[in-house]
Design a protein around this ligand. Structure first.
Ligand SMILES: [Zn+2]
Length: 960
């Protein structure tokens, strides 16, 4: 049997239905009836075997802990492919059918491979694909000699298709494997999937076929060697109806009419460079292209016709950020084009597929009139992140998923450079500590956190890597390297690394080697020391240290210990800690080079020149927090107004985290924040935002306690200046930071709730309901106005907002309204809202499910309703959302916001135990959730009384 031709594929496609048992000559192998009977017989036998096993095996009560049970469930099997066969080139032809009742694909793939070790077995990854078994053919490339296939079978457990051969493939020879198959265009945003939108003119449903292959779903679209190190070239052909377009990584080579289907076109794309399977992509749709600058040749942005105007921001900054990175790396973007597509249903924020970047609409589309300042920030940051990936990830790819941070950390770090280049007035580099470092600390402060890099095998384990540890901690430790090596050495090292591993794969040790060599050349690393030695302590070990610095005259004693919110947790992990510092006598906040190191040692001492205060780790360039003696904390508090904004934010964050962990008296951070907030007449964004974020924890943990009243007075007093001076009068022309301050301040003012804020919000919402005054509500103020009106109102307000959600075509407005709908104070409205999450017909897209859940769970009234909902609908939610995108993990983590009692912990543990066999990729989230609730309970035991007393004692002094 030969390799199937395009014509055969088309014939196959004309059938539209599966032709699994049909040979290329058309003779059926087994009739359907016989086949059905055989299947029935097999099922009876399996059922009998299962019953026998059940009755014959002794019953063993399981005494293991839930963690151990879970670990047993996470499949640790031989999921990896053997290394004996290396793919060189894929010729892929695929026909997606976007028709109601027939969301399927027909495909043919020919893979040229190189045999590096003699073998008589070919293992390929597949998932949810039916192979046309009679099409499977293997031949030697040099002489076209066929190699007989002796057996072939699915191994569903490890997502493989195994082809056994009658003779061995010879080492050093090239072969071609040819397969035709049928696949599905699923609706859970993995592999080759279907998405849709409603045409605003005709009200018709428009279908889209798009891909999301990262990390392990290329195998849902075509049989392949689906691991990042199996780089190969791809020549893709896609058939599509003539009224649609198709896109892939490369530009089109030619388009030809499909034989026998005049209304269908084959698009043949140019061959790609050497690349990993997870970066292959294709889109078939009637989305429209937009190029507002005719001189722009590289970039095209695609969106729904209605939203084309909203692509201007991305079109403006995309090419500029790309050329910034080209200059930064000294390597031109290697592909001839970039298409960026706003896909209506999308699991992640965006995916960096080489030359065809796909986005969730909300992070590509922007309209000043209907999008918020945060939306603008999201478009810029996500765009820059994906463009940085074109080098870090696409050109040089991690060898395996255990080093995922090597691409995600770099993209998350370098995006700040890209955005800073196009929006210098945003000062975005100063936000890094809040958006990355503090975000990573929040998870890394848990005992259940994981190291940046650890062994992963199964798909579930790989999916768990996509969390803030890989992204934000990855970015934070890269920033640390940059600061201790210096920008010049760091950049030169990166460029060398990119050049060395171009079109190839690398491990973290490869990066360490290059950086070590560069640092030795530049003379800023001791000859005996390697970057690996320093950085292994940050990448292989979990968590991060708290550095305690105590001064006695000139002598300073510095020690390190792992930081967790559980003070009793003892562990002797040690890090290589770069110690930069400044003092009141020699003040220089910009010098972040280390003056001392803690070299994996518990402590050391040295001398410094300081009079009143001194500060370790300025701008938090080291990934650690710092505790001081009380005298220094008091001096830092006294002088806080003289520090740069990032230092203020850092002190607020560190002191609040230390107090939460029981390592510092709450008197220090509360006085520090109080002093800053009362004196900060400019209302600076960063320290204020960090203070509010940290107060969110106290707000939630105290919400149902007697101390809440005093806490609320404290908040209203220290932020009175902000509450009094920031109002709803908003305009997109206001500076970026002014807009962001407004959003934070009015959110908290109405949340407290402050009478004026509530009155204004309700008034404006009423005007909107009565058909007037829509201009009174801007994008930046909409969420607070809607949330407040819905919370204070009842069904009419909720229904009105929901109606608005359904009718608006703006994705960012949809997200804003989804957040606000969870503010309802009527439990039945919240239950109804949660129900909508698992009903397709509700109009809530699957990608927005976690947003709905979070909106309800972060409302005090809604949290137990959300928990019950997850409890009673666990199976249905699992089925509806599938295992992708950690949707359920996000829900589990959101559950803990208000949980601080033993009975709540018991419920959570019981739930985890009862569902242990279906936790899958959310297992880590459950461990985190249990620990967070335990910490909250501990917090109540250790801190509650003292915080309550502090608030009471200081109540009289609030008024100034
Ligand atoms: Zn990324």
């Amino acid at each position: 049997m030969g390799v199937p031709t395009t014509a055969e594929l088309e014939n196959n496609s004309n059938q539209k239905k599966y032709t699994v048992n049909r040979t290329s000559k058309g003779d059926l192998v087994i009739s359907k009836i016989v086949c059905g009977l055989l299947v029935l017989l097999a099922m009876i036998l399996i059922a009998l075997a299962a019953l026998l096993t059940y009755f014959l095996l002794p019953y063993c009560p399981n005494e293991a802990t839930p963690e151990a049970l879970r670990k047993a469930v996470v499949k640790d099997g031989p999921a990896r492919l053997p290394r004996s066969i290396q793919p060189l080139h894929y010729r892929l032809q695929i026909i997606p059918f976007l028709e109601e009742g027939n969301f399927t694909t027909n495909g043919a793939v020919q893979i040229n491979v190189n045999v590096t070790e003699s073998t008589n077995k070919i293992e390929l990854n597949i998932n949810d694909i039916e192979i046309n078994q009679h099409s499977v053919a293997v031949k030697r490339v040099s002489d076209d000699k066929s190699v007989k296939v002796s057996d072939q079978k699915y191994d569903n457990e490890s997502q493989k298709y195994i082809i056994s051969l009658a003779e061995s493939l010879k080492e050093g020879d090239q072969y071609q494997i040819a397969i035709t198959y049928n696949g599905k265009l699923n609706d859970y945003m993995q592999g080759f999937y279907r998405s849709s939108y409603i045409d605003s003119n005709t009200k018709d449903v428009r279908w889209i076929a798009s891909t999301q292959f990262s990390p392990t779903d290329a195998r849902r679209a075509f049989p392949c060697f689906d691991e990042p190190s199996f780089k190969a070239k791809y020549t893709v052909s896609i058939a599509r109806p003539s009224n649609m377009t198709s896109l892939s990584n490369m530009p089109k080579r030619e388009s030809v009419v499909v034989v026998d289907r005049k209304d269908w076109i084959w698009d043949h794309f140019k061959e790609t460079p050497q690349m990993s399977s997870y970066l292959v992509a294709f889109v078939v749709s009637d989305l429209q292209p937009f190029r507002f600058n005719s001189s722009e040749k590289l970039f095209t942005i695609w969106s729904r016709r209605d939203a084309l105007e909203q692509t201007r921001l991305a079109m403006d900054i995309g090419p500029r950020i790309l050329s910034y990175f080209e200059r930064y790396f000294g390597i031109d973007y290697p592909l001839p084009k970039i298409d960026m597509v706003a896909v209506p249903d999308f699991g992640f924020n965006a995916m960096e597929n080489w030359g065809l970047i796909t986005f969730r609409e909300a992070v590509l589309l922007f309209d000043e009139k209907i999008s918020t300042v945060e939306d603008k920030r999201a478009v810029a940051t996500v765009l820059a992140h994906e463009l940085a990936h074109q080098w870090f990830g696409n050109l040089v790819t991690p060898k395996w998923w255990d080093d995922l941070w090597l691409k995600e950390g770099f993209a998350s770090y370098l995006l700040y450079y890209g955005v800073n280049f196009v929006f210098p007035d945003w000062n975005i580099l100063t936000e890094f500590i809040m958006t990355e470092v503090h975000k990573a600390f929040a998870i890394d402060s848990l005992k259940s956190t994981h190291p940046l890099t650890f062994t992963v095998h199964s798909t579930d384990e790989i999916r768990q890597m996509f969390d803030p540890i890989s992204y934000s901690k990855g970015a934070s430790i890269i920033r640390m390297i940059n600061n201790f090596l210096g920008e010049r050495t760091f950049k030169a090292g990166l460029i060398k690394y990119l050049h060395t591993f171009t079109y190839s794969n690398a491990r973290r040790d490869d990066l360490w080697d290059v950086l070590t060599q560069q640092a030795h050349e530049d003379g800023n690393l001791h000859d005996d020391l390697s970057i690996k030695e320093i950085m292994d302590s940050w990448t292989v070990q979990s968590g991060f240290p708290v550095v305690t610095a105590v001064r006695n005259g000139k002598r300073v004693d510095v020690s390190q210990k792992r930081f967790t919110f559980d003070k009793s947790f003892a562990e002797d992990t040690l890090w290589w800690v770069p110690l930069s510092y400044t003092t009141d006598l020699r003040t220089n906040f910009d010098d972040t080079s280390p003056k001392q190191w803690l070299k994996k040692e518990t402590g050391k001492n040295f001398e410094i020149e300081a009079n009143r205060w001194w500060l370790v780790n300025p701008h938090q360039t080291g990934y650690y927090i710092v505790n001081y003696d009380e005298q220094n904390w008091r001096a830092l508090t006294e002088n806080i107004m003289s520090f740069p904004t990032t230092i203020k934010a850092q002190l607020i964050s560190d002191s609040m985290d230390l107090a939460r962990a029981g390592l510092l008296d709450y008197d220090i951070p509360l006085k520090l924040i109080k002093k800053h907030s009362l004196e900060d007449k400019d209302i600076t964004f960063l320290p204020m935002h960090v203070a509010f974020t940290k107060f969110e924890y106290l707000y939630n943990v105290l919400y149902s306690t007697p101390a809440f009243g005093d806490f609320d007075i404290f908040l209203s007093t220290i932020f009175s200046f902000a509450f009094d001076n920031v109002d709803f009068e908003d305009s997109p022309t206001h500076p970026y930071l002014v807009q962001r301050i407004r959003r934070t301040v009015i959110k908290w003012a109405c949340k407290r709730p402050e009478t004026r804020c509530v009155a204004t919000a309700r008034h404006r919402f009423r005007n909107l309901m009565s058909g007037q005054g829509s201009q009174e509500i801007t994008a930046n103020t909409q969420e607070t106005i809607f949330c407040t009106a819905i919370r204070e109102g009842s069904e009419p307000e909720w229904n009105f907002a929901y109606e608005q959600y359904l009718t608006t075509t703006s994705i960012s407005e949809k997200e804003t309204i989804l957040n606000a709908l969870g503010c309802a104070s009527k439990p039945w409205l919240l239950s109804r809202y949660l129900d909508y999450m698992i009903k397709n017909e509700s109009g809530i897209r699957k990608q927005d499910g976690p947003r709905v859940f979070r909106a309800v769970a972060s409302n005090y009234i809604g949290q137990s309703i959300a928990f019950n909902f997850l409890l009673t609908n666990w199976k249905q939610i699992n089925e509806y959302y599938g295992s992708a995108f950690n949707t359920i993990s996000k829900m589990v983590e959101d559950l803990t916001i208000f949980m601080n009692t033993e009975s709540q912990l018991e419920e959570l543990l019981k739930f985890r135990k009862e569902n242990w066999d279906s936790l899958g990729a959310s297992a880590q989230a459950f461990d985190n959730a249990v620990e967070i609730v335990k910490n909250n309970i501990n917090w109540m035991k250790i801190n509650y009384r003292s915080v309550e007393k502090w608030l009471q004692d200081h109540n009289d002094h609030y008024v100034i």
